[in-house]
Design a protein around this ligand. Structure first.
Ligand SMILES: [Zn+2]
Length: 272
């Protein structure tokens, strides 16, 4: 969302919110944030505790140590004020996935370790997840959902006050719902993914991992998911081709950072 659009939307709907809610992400993108960091940290911590109740933490101490080692190397590259309090856990599930929550919580499903086959590929995943947290994507997503709901309520009032037949009114509401989903929420999710990829590539490189492993990881992910990917406009994730092109565009700079890190003695050895 451009800053102009962010402000225009907010001034139109909620004049007071616009004074506090437009922020900037680490890559310079304008963001709409309606909640405080403390609120989101609390939501993230509660969701992580819930997750632990629903999916057991892996008892494989080697796997847990391996993931913690890679995460520690990445987190060591953050600003001093951002390095403490990260919790990274391996969950006992065959799912090929990982997730990040506000409050510095990261979960890796054991199945992912079959697809992220080296420490450098795992560093690409963990850098990406740390990127989501640093860039406050959780706050932005909750804020966008909230705004979409409030906007939909505003349209419902307009439809009700206009003298439209109920069938027409319902069609307008259904059309608006589709537009809100495909036009507002999903494209931001895709931009979140690309932004997390860029931040993650930078972090893994500065930690001394091989940034080119990020491209291998997404090729592995494509092979593991099997079958053609859903069309990008209806997917919450960018296509693997889009991701790889975005990573390649930043690769020369990342390789330079990785070489510098390794020359300075940052050569993580975590396994597997
Ligand atoms: Zn992601």
């Amino acid at each position: 969302m451009s800053l102009f659009r962010c402000l225009t939307v907010l001034v139109a709907l909620f004049p007071l919110l616009s004074l506090v809610a437009c922020a900037t992400s680490p890559t310079g993108r304008n963001q709409l944030l309606l909640y405080s960091d403390a609120d989101l940290d609390q939501m993230g911590a509660a969701s992580f505790e819930q997750q632990k109740k629903e999916v057991p933490i892996s008892g494989d101490s080697v796997a847990n140590r391996y993931v913690e080692c890679v995460a520690a190397a990445i987190v060591a590259q953050l600003e001093p004020g951002q390095q403490s309090g990260w919790e990274v856990r391996v969950f006992q599930s065959p799912q090929v996935n990982a997730f990040a929550l506000p409050g510095r919580k990261i979960g890796v499903y054991a199945g992912l370790l079959q697809v992220a086959k080296t420490q450098d590929q795992l560093a690409a995943v963990l850098g990406h997840e740390v990127g989501h947290v640093l860039a406050r994507h959780g706050n932005e997503r909750v804020s966008q959902g909230q705004l979409a709901q409030m906007s939909q309520a505003a349209v419902a009032v307009a439809v009700a006050s206009a003298d439209m037949g109920s069938e027409t009114g319902q069609m307008v509401m259904a059309g608006f719902g589709m537009g809100a989903q495909y036009g507002v929420i999903l494209p931001f999710s895709r931009s979140h993914e690309s932004e997390a990829d860029t931040i993650g590539l930078d972090l893994m490189a500065r930690a001394g991992f091989d940034p080119e492993a990020s491209v291998v990881l997404w090729r592995n992910m494509a092979a593991a998911s099997g079958g053609p990917a859903p069309p990008e406009w209806s997917s919450t994730h960018p296509s693997n081709e889009t991701r790889i092109a975005n990573l390649e565009a930043h690769m020369e700079a990342a390789k330079g950072m990785s070489a510098e890190a390794r020359a300075a003695g940052r050569r993580p050895i975590c396994g597997p």
